[in-house]
Write a protein that binds this ligand. Structure first.
Ligand SMILES: [Zn+2]
Length: 439
């Protein structure tokens, strides 16, 4: 029997297609069939098409859904639990002990549901995750209808994890998430300091065998780089070059804050995907990543939020605002424009994961991952430049509709796939339980 097609129209908005020419379409009519965009054009006058479901986008900027290049959704129940601590003290004194006590499957599953609700409501359609029990994060992603790369973490600080155990553990993980059509599994060795020498070649060969992404933390702070130099006489970027990690694709390196000129050239030459997390970097007192230099060198730089424990939200429009202003502060006006920042949220975000032919712009044949951002609020008028508007005026709360792969996840700010009330009720219950456990 022929599969019944599922059609959907988005009509009446101003479409920022983010294609290679930066095409903007007024009164855009976007036709979606099943997973894909099958046509996109301007109407002379906005009018609702008949005969299929149609979402009214009048008064909105219609954009490709945003890409969150680095987060840990399983940590969402730790939002705001500790501020005003530098990275290593924050990790070792607060986060690691709490994760040891609470970081189990139900904590990860609910945390990821809460994160998905927040991300859908702020325009993210695709995110790159790294945590433990990622099969439970993947279950939440599947229920939400979002897309995600779910990276199971390896931490091997004491060198106790045997390479053969890792392969066995990951075989089981790949099997557990294989039924989730919008989840891409990944292997996520934590960092140069979190994973021992002998494990890196195993990680790379496992990823090559299964053709899955590798997701790491890289050069987040000075101490990490100093320790690495002391141990190996090489920077973390140089060590990964020696392991052959940068020859693999896709690799996503989160942070890339403390880099030498040589590091920047290595990352650029290999077109490495870099997730820049400016708010987490600022909040944990690290430094500002050399985003302008990395982009010029050829790296694929996208934006990430990191976890809400160090941000403390998942709003990518705030992240873009911060990222653009920080590079103005570092390098001067015009080196990272609002248009560049929107590209980092969309098409360059997709490129960082090797998915630019499938998502990241509104073009025929691509996945129908589309959001509509309202420009009707007082802070949104008047409107002259839509890119400037998104980065410097709008916020996640302005996102009105969200569609992923042709499925409506939010319409008029009402979530269609998740039960927000019950997620919030559970999150409050967990918050009290965790709070009461702290001495
Ligand atoms: Zn991180």
């Amino acid at each position: 029997m022929k599969k019944r097609s599922n059609r959907l129209f988005l009509w009446g908005g101003t479409a920022l297609t983010m294609d290679s020419k930066g095409t903007v379409l007024e009164n855009a009519l976007i036709e979606i069939e099943n997973e894909q965009i099958i046509s996109i054009k301007s109407q002379k006058k906005a009018s609702k098409p008949e005969g299929a479901k149609a979402i009214d986008c009048r008064g909105c900027l219609v954009c490709p859904g945003f890409v969150n290049g680095h987060t840990h959704t399983g940590m969402t129940l730790l939002r705001g639990i500790a501020d005003d601590l530098p990275l290593q003290r924050w990790l070792t004194e607060v986060i690691f002990p709490l994760e040891k006590r609470w970081g189990k499957p139900d904590f990860v599953y609910l945390g990821t549901l809460l994160a998905c609700a927040e991300m859908i409501r702020s325009g993210t359609t695709f995110f790159n995750d790294m945590y433990y029990f990622e099969e439970f994060a993947a279950k939440a992603v599947d229920e939400s209808g979002m897309r995600a790369i779910c990276g199971q973490t390896i931490i091997d600080i004491s060198g106790v994890e045997k390479a053969s155990d890792i392969v066995e553990k990951f075989d089981a993980f790949l099997e557990a998430v294989s039924g989730y059509s919008r989840v891409i599994p990944a292997i996520a060795p934590h960092s140069i300091y979190g994973v021992s020498d002998k494990v890196w070649p195993e990680v790379i060969s496992f990823a090559s065998r299964h053709k899955i992404p590798i997701h790491i933390h890289l050069a987040e702070e000075q101490g990490e780089v100093d320790d690495c130099l002391k141990r190996y006489k090489k920077t973390p970027t140089e060590m990964f070059d020696r392991y052959g990690l940068w020859d693999y694709q896709p690799v996503i390196a989160a942070h890339a804050v403390v880099l030498t000129e040589n590091d920047i050239q290595i990352l650029g030459k290999h077109k490495v995907g870099i997730a820049h997390n400016p708010e987490s970097n600022l909040k944990l007192g690290t430094k500002i990543a050399p985003v302008v230099e990395l982009r010029k060198a050829g790296a694929n730089v996208c934006l990430g939020t990191d976890s809400v424990a160090s941000n403390n939200n998942l709003d990518l429009l705030q992240e873009a605002d911060t990222a653009a202003k920080l590079q103005i502060f570092r390098k001067g006006i015009g080196e990272l424009t609002a248009y560049d920042a929107v590209r980092m949220l969309t098409i360059e975000g997709a490129a960082a994961f090797g998915l630019a032919d499938k998502t990241g712009s509104l073009e025929v044949g691509k996945w129908a991952d589309v959001i509509a951002v309202s420009v009707e609020a007082p802070h949104a008028q008047p409107l002259y430049n839509p890119y400037s508007h998104l980065v410097y005026s709008a916020g996640g709360a302005d996102v009105k509709h969200s569609v992923v792969g042709g499925k409506v996840l939010m319409e008029n700010r009402i979530l269609k796939t998740l039960d927000l009330d019950s997620i919030l009720k559970e999150a409050k219950r967990w918050g009290k339980k965790i709070f009461d456990s702290i001495d």
